[in-house]
Design a protein around this ligand. Structure first.
Ligand SMILES: Nc1ncnc2c1ncn2[C@@H]1O[C@H](COP(=O)(O)OP(=O)(O)O)[C@@H](O)[C@H]1O
Ligand SMILES: CC(=O)OP(=O)(O)O
Ligand SMILES: [Mg+2]
Length: 402
């Protein structure tokens, strides 16, 4: 069974086609800079685990044209992996916000789409793009079942003391204001991998998803008990362009005293803050370069980023009453040796000691154990695979609904 997984962003579409139950990746790719006039498609096909890269530049005005271009590659006479779109049984969509309605994956119906739409204000960078991805896929893959997999689902096991805010009850009861948490598909995937790697059940794991968006989760017996993101994917860790935790009075100060509109403040906190606001760059590769050149802003920004992560690790050790493993994942977590080293430094009192050489070792596929022999806690680098997790869940749903 072919499952096509879509992670639709505001100006990009990431996709993979996975054959299930073999879990064989047939192709993957990304359409970037949609609507800008110089959109690119990077499309990879896989044969005997060998990756072949095909790059194309194209005028792609919108998501419909983007996905249509991908379909042309999927069915291409030379590099195609299917003959017709009807060979795709299901399309799995990453949907970032599922609110309290969706603690599980869901076949897309008109009412599911309405619910996703209602959540636009809570995840303005993500849900509108995810919704558009669904609408486009319905046109491009009319024979396939459309399935939504929510970032929030994995966090629905959090106890009320973790997800409630200390604000008047009516805001929760009448307006659903609570912490939901995000990147759940990734936290679920890597925490399960940690269990598998340690060959131990019911372990306590702290998972750090450090990508463009960053979040940390405390996972006990495979269930999330707390996470750093809240009502929307804004708070918690310092991110590429998002501030993470701030004092709320900053917002009132900006609006009342500085005359900045609420909309602008939202934009500042979501798109102009985090590492971008502190250094002028949001990609850790550029910031690492600036650190090497002793740029003061870059060094300070790295310190702030790592210090925030350390504080969450400490508080989640308290929440879990101990920890067996700390897991790094996503673009920064998997690749940035300096950031991992900063985050794990000076945590020996908590039983966390990194082996710096193991941390810098390259060429290891799969799980990388970077803990020092003296470390009580395992420190693991585990590549996330949100698309595979989505494909697995879609396959299970298709099998049970047969
Ligand atoms: N080799 C690398 N070294 C350091 N950081 C990296 C490297 N590769 C990617 N990154 C970081 O990972 C980020 C992207 O992470 P990713 O998980 O792919 O994000 P998203 O899924 O949110 O787009 C980049 O912005 C960059 O900061
Ligand atoms: C929820 C979220 O922040 O997602 P991303 O990291 O893909 O931006
Ligand atoms: Mg991501």
């Amino acid at each position: 069974m072919n499952i096509f997984v879509i992670n639709s962003g505001s100006s990009s579409i990431k996709y993979q086609m996975i054959k299930m139950p073999e879990e064989a990746l047939a192709c993957s790719g990304i359409v970037e800079r949609i609507g800008s006039g110089d959109a690119t498609i990077t499309h990879n096909t896989y044969k005997d685990n060998e990756k072949q890269k095909h790059e194309a530049q194209s005028h792609i005005r919108n998501h419909v044209e983007g996905l249509q271009a991908v379909v042309d590659l999927l069915t291409d006479s030379k590099i195609g992996v299917i003959k017709d779109t009807s060979e795709i049984s299901a399309v799995g969509h990453r949907v970032v916000h599922g609110g309290e309605k969706f603690s599980n994956i869901s076949v897309v119906t008109e009412s599911v789409k309405e619910e996703i739409k209602k959540l636009f204000p809570l995840a303005p960078l993500h849900n509108p793009a995810n919704y558009r991805g669904i609408e486009v896929a319905e046109k491009v893959f009319p024979a396939a079942k459309q399935i939504a997999v929510f970032d929030t689902s994995f966090h629905q096991t959090m106890p009320e003391k973790a997800f409630r805010y200390a604000i008047p009850n009516k805001f929760y009861k009448e307006n659903g204001i609570r912490a939901y948490g995000f990147h759940g598909t990734s936290h679920k995937y890597v925490s399960a991998k940690a269990e598998e790697y340690l060959q131990k059940k019911d372990i306590k794991v702290i998972t750090l998803h450090l990508g463009n968006g960053c979040s940390v989760a405390a996972v006990k017996d495979g269930k999330c008990i707390d996470t750093s993101m809240g009502l929307g994917p804004m708070n918690g860790l310092v991110m590429g362009t998002r501030a993470g935790d701030i004092d709320q009075s900053i917002i009132f100060h900006m609006v009342r005293e500085m005359g900045i509109s609420v909309e602008q403040v939202n934009n500042i906190l979501n798109k102009e803050s985090g590492m971008l606001g502190l250094t002028g760059a949001n990609d850790m590769r550029d910031i690492n370069k600036a650190v090497e050149e002793n740029g003061h802003d870059a060094v300070l920004a790295m310190d702030i980023y790592a210090y925030r992560a350390q504080k969450y690790i400490g508080s989640y050790i308290a929440a879990l009453n101990g920890v067996d493993a700390v897991v790094f994942t996503a673009g920064v977590g998997e690749n940035d040796v300096n950031t991992r080293e900063r985050i794990c430094s000076n945590l020996d009192a908590l039983g966390i000691v990194m082996d710096k050489e193991k941390n810098r070792a390259t060429g290891i596929k799969g799980v990388k154990d970077i803990s020092h022999t003296s470390s009580k806690v395992k420190i693991l680098v585990i590549p996330t695979n949100e698309e595979m997790e989505i494909a697995r869940q879609c396959y299970q749903l298709m099998e049970t609904n047969k």
